[in-house]
Design a protein around this ligand. Structure first.
Ligand code: MN
Length: 259
């Protein structure tokens, strides 16, 4: 199982999430919302070979935390994964679009200068702007659009640009989400929960719930859950093997798959 976008540090008991994920052998990309949160969140993953911690600055916090960009730059050499980053054009955030853009652009340029990163990107009501910016800085790395909610034509442009996608149960509940997922290239899809923000029938989702999205994808792809899981694991492997040079899996220990 793969949960390629969750917020381990925001659960009431993060250590329990880590233990449960380890026991269930879930590959986890633990994203952060501020650079300041990264150090202690990365500590949670220590010694857990299937968990990686992405350095982020969430677009909904950009106006409050843009002063942490210096810290972001300082920490970036320590992480091959960046996220959660992006833009949010929704109500309540649109008015901060100038600062959001400044933060996002700065992060893309820093990642480019650092040789590229695997990036988990929030694009709610801002897909056109995201794609335009990614196109300007192709060396920033591999963009993974998390919980994509744009139009079919925006999806086609994202695919043409080389984007990957992480999809979760919340997205796959709606007819629109299902139809978008069915149009994504199968070899560029990963699963996520976006817990604890996203919820399932029994409350906030946990990394151990990552199999839910895999089962939903299996139905969309017309295959068994086992086949879908193996497609997803192959995708994760290819992501770590085809990434920019220095984000490729090199480590002799631990993460053969995650890189
Ligand atoms: Mn998130």
């Amino acid at each position: 199982m793969i949960d390629f976008h969750c917020h381990l540090d925001l659960y009431p008991d993060p250590a329990k999430e880590v233990r449960d994920a380890e026991a269930a052998r879930v590959y986890v990309l633990s994203v952060t919302t501020t650079p300041r949160a990264w150090v202690r969140t990365a500590q949670l993953a220590k010694g857990h070979k299937r968990i990686r911690t992405a350095l982020g600055l969430h677009p909904q916090l950009a106006h409050e935390r843009h002063s942490e960009l210096g810290l972001f730059e300082e920490l970036l050499p320590r992480s091959r994964y960046v996220g959660e980053i992006g833009l949010d054009g929704g109500a309540g955030y649109r008015e901060h679009s100038a600062l959001q853009r400044k933060v996002f652009d700065t992060i893309l340029h820093l990642s480019d200068r650092g040789g590229g990163r695997i990036m988990s990107i929030h694009s709610r009501q801002a897909v056109d702007e995201i794609l335009e910016r990614l196109a300007h800085v192709p060396g920033a790395g591999i963009p993974i659009l998390h919980w994509f909610s744009g139009t079919a034509s925006q999806l086609r442009r994202a695919i043409d640009l080389g984007c990957w996608f992480s999809v979760g149960p919340a997205m796959l509940r709606s007819a629109k989400g299902k139809s978008l997922a069915s149009a994504m290239p199968r070899n560029r899809v990963l699963t996520e929960t976006d817990g604890p923000f996203a919820s399932g029938p029994n409350g906030p989702l946990h990394p151990v719930d990552a199999g839910l999205a895999a089962r939903q994808l299996a139905a969309i792809w017309g295959m068994s859950s086992k086949e879908a899981e193996s497609q997803l694991i192959n995708n994760l492997r290819s992501l770590s093997e085809t990434g920019p040079d220095h984000i490729r899996a090199k480590s002799p220990v631990g993460l053969k798959v995650l890189g």
